[in-house]
Design a protein around this ligand. Structure first.
Ligand code: MN
Length: 757
């Protein structure tokens, strides 16, 4: 047994608490803030007393959590004593009998206000009860940051909860991980907390895709040796030149985070091995004088481009024009010694600190000691200006986070401000049907952002939509052309069918009354005469035309039926030619009224997938989400919809990510049952060089070697290169992977990867 083990096994809770608190104090004393140790000690003692005897799920004393949050606030965000105290006290009002008033009496107005703000959002906007829908998020950001420290401490709180997520219930893990990826990571990014953002993303990813996370980590580790070699080879000539110029610098390789590697693999549909920019080179220099910071960056730039070939389209000057979150650096991409492009980031020490820890870190450069209050005020002002400014550019961050993050969905508002979610491409008429079938049926026009538009108008995220209706209006077949949601389509089709049926019976009655009046008998001869005359096939078509008053039961019809003339045959031919167009348009209406064959297909897949999954709480009715179409073996989760059916999404699906954060309690974990009788469709993208018999080889690999069925195959060949998509029926992920592997063994095939359709 070594010393460490003795220490950790025998340490008492009290000693553990002391040790962690002392570490916090040490971080604080090493910062450039004023040394207000007394108030921090006071907050610590008070919180320790308040949470006394309470343990976290992990079995640790509760107080270790606020201490850890305070350390993040101090060390990773760079905040001072007011924030450290607030972090230590952040759960006191929420979890103990003490009130905000008590905090105010002991620690003053400011700290009480921050703790109050944190309490308010703990069970509210970010909590279980309320959904974190886009609108709520906007409200939060617009109304809450009277003090931005509330949000910063909340982010620190979330980071610590993510670090200790392992001891939570699995169902909570999904909700928290999903919410973190949806709200906290983008928020941290926006606030310039790059290191925290990266850690939040990696932790969320680790819980959502444990196997993939492990796999990528291993591959990163396995490729380290090669990477170090390449980096040395690349960096040595730069280092030598920088040294010769007498610049004080550090040069290092920054490996991409696991999450961003995975993201790139997803976006570009490439395997790990094809990511060439696994690392970037970072040069951090200490300028002799901060006044020369900018010119020093360009000096280093020109030195590098003397050695390596520059990619002219990939220069990013965030020194002259910093990003909105304060990020400053000069980025360039050059051709590395192995022929791959390498990104180089040039930053001064100050720029680097801001880049990693956000604005707060920047204060210490002001005048030795930072005045937290006044510096924070400036920052809050900037953020609030961004939030309050209605200009589209200033609001881009709200838009990108809450509105356009999920390209497959749009968020629109009713005149009363209620939020509705619709698929991308939805029209005003889709929105009307989404509100209510009657509104959809009676809709005549819409007002989008108070402007009158036709019902076919395509909606954008953030639109406010009002539907104008008329009681006398009924949907016509042409309206099918301007709806894009299944709900609206089904409703219109159902309405048209109903209308058709009632017109048919009306027409039948009208014809019979007419015949009775004229003493004619409705027999086969008479019917055929009418059908021939009007070029119709079935009696229902005749009744329909009469019911719709397109054919009139009048003198002309009477004459036709009474007339026994020889010209009838001639007449028939004339009519047949003359009515041809009519007949066609009739056929068109027929096709429009039948449901879209694509939709039908989707249902078949749904039904097939039913019952294939098993969940801890017993078997429910499952279906496969149409957005991401997971197949057996994918990391999945279940979402219980309004009808208590479970929709199975890929965990990586963007729609699922939003559902997780909005409807956490409706998310359940699902596992694939062992099975092999059910098939899923999966699409493989294949690229390569054209040659004799290539297509033959590909199809034979698929059908002969693998015994899977090809559903669809499209291959385009141009300039000697082919590029194709093959949709196949498989049983699980392994089968697709095996198949991709076999395809890649073919001499002409360059890549074969599963893609989302
Ligand atoms: Mn907490």
């Amino acid at each position: 047994m070594n010393m460490n083990e003795i220490m950790t096994t025998n340490i008492s809770d009290e000693q553990l608490i002391e040790r962690e608190f002392n570490a916090l104090l040490e971080d604080y004393l090493n910062s450039n803030h004023r040394k207000k140790v007394d108030i921090i000690k006071k907050a610590f003692n008070f919180a320790k007393e308040a949470h006394k005897g309470i343990k976290r799920r992990s079995g640790e004393p509760y107080i270790l959590h606020p201490i850890a949050v305070a350390r993040i606030v101090c060390r990773d965000i760079g905040l001072g004593s007011t924030s450290i105290c607030s972090a230590l006290l952040h759960d006191v009002v929420e979890d103990t009998d003490y009130t905000e008033e008590d905090i105010k009496a002991l620690f003053g107005e400011k700290i009480a206000q921050i703790v109050g703000g944190l309490t308010k959002i703990s069970g509210g906007i970010f909590g279980d009860k309320a959904s974190a829908q886009a609108e709520n998020f906007k409200k939060l950001l617009l109304t809450m940051p009277e003090d931005i420290r509330v949000i910063l401490i909340k982010i620190a709180d979330r980071l610590h909860n993510m670090r200790t997520l392992g001891s939570m219930l699995p169902s909570k893990q999904y909700k928290i991980a999903g919410e973190t990826l949806y709200i906290y990571a983008p928020l941290a990014h926006r606030l310039g907390l790059f290191a925290i953002k990266t850690e939040l993303e990696d932790l969320s990813f680790k819980y959502e895709h444990p196997d993939t996370y492990e796999e990528i980590s291993e591959k990163v580790a396995a490729s380290e040796e090669d990477r170090i070699k390449l980096f040395r080879h690349f960096a040595t000539p730069i280092s030598d030149k920088l040294k010769a110029l007498g610049i004080d610098f550090e040069i290092k390789a920054r490996v991409k985070s696991i999450y961003s590697i995975w993201n790139k693999m997803q976006v570009k549909n490439i395997p790990f091995e094809e990511i060439y920019d696994l690392f970037a080179v970072r040069i951090i220099f200490k300028p002799s004088d901060y006044a020369n910071e900018k010119s020093d960056c360009w000096k280093i730039y020109s030195l590098i481009t003397d050695i390596y070939k520059l990619h002219p389209e990939r220069i990013r000057d965030w020194v002259s024009r910093p990003k909105a979150n304060g990020y400053r650096a000069l980025h360039l991409t050059v051709m590395g010694p192995d022929g791959n492009w390498i990104e180089v980031q040039i930053r001064s020490e100050k720029m680097d600190d801001v880049a990693e820890r956000g604005f707060a870190a920047h204060w210490k450069y002001k005048n030795g000691e930072a005045d937290e209050e006044s510096e924070l005020d400036k920052w809050i002002k900037t953020i609030q200006e961004i939030l309050e400014n209605p200009e589209p550019n200033a609001l881009d961050f709200l838009d990108t986070i809450k509105l356009n993050l999920f390209a497959s969905e749009i968020f629109v508002f009713t005149p009363k401000g209620d939020l509705r979610t619709l698929p991308n491409g939805a029209t005003a008429l889709d929105f009307a049907f989404d509100l209510h079938t009657n509104i959809g049926s009676q809709a005549i026009a819409a007002k989008v952002n108070h402007k009158l538009v036709p019902l076919s108008h395509q909606l954008q995220s953030g639109d406010q939509v009002e539907i104008l209706t008329s009681k006398n209006n009924t949907p016509s077949a042409d309206r099918l052309a301007y709806v894009n949601t299944a709900k609206a389509k089904t409703k219109i089709i159902a309405f048209l069918r109903k209308e058709r049926r009632s017109r048919i019976s009306r027409g039948e009655k009208m014809l019979k009354t007419f015949l009775e009046k004229n003493e004619l008998i409705f027999d086969t001869t008479l019917l055929n005469k009418l059908l021939n005359h009007y070029c119709l096939k079935k009696k229902e078509d005749l009744f329909l035309k009469i019911g719709r008053e397109e054919i009139e039961t009048d003198e002309t019809m009477r004459k036709l039926l009474k007339d026994k003339g020889e010209n009838l045959l001639m007449k028939y031919f004339k009519m047949a030619v003359g009515r041809k167009g009519d007949n066609n348009s009739n056929n068109n209406a027929e096709t429009k009224e039948s449901p879209n064959p694509k939709d039908k297909n989707a249902h078949v897949i749904d039904r097939k997938a039913t019952y294939i999954l098993r969940e801890q709480n017993g078997v429910k009715n499952y279906s496969i989400a149409a957005c991401c179409k997971p197949i057996a073996g994918d990391d999945v989760l279940g979402y219980i919809n309004e009808n208590e059916n479970v929709i199975v999404h890929k965990r990586s699906c963007q729609v699922a990510t939003k559902l997780k954060s909005s409807f956490g309690p409706r998310i359940i974990s699902t596992k694939w049952a062992d099975h092999n009788e059910i098939s899923f469709s999966a699409t493989i993208e294949i690229k390569g060089i054209d040659g004799v018999g290539v297509l033959n080889k590909i199809t034979s690999v698929i059908s002969d070697n693998m015994a899977v069925n090809i559903k669809n195959i499209i291959i385009n060949v141009s300039d000697g290169i082919f590029d194709g998509k093959i949709t196949i029926m498989v049983h699980d992920v392994q089968e697709v992977e095996k198949l991709c592997y076999s395809l890649k063994q073919l001499p002409n095939v360059k890549s074969a990867n599963r893609i989302n359709e």
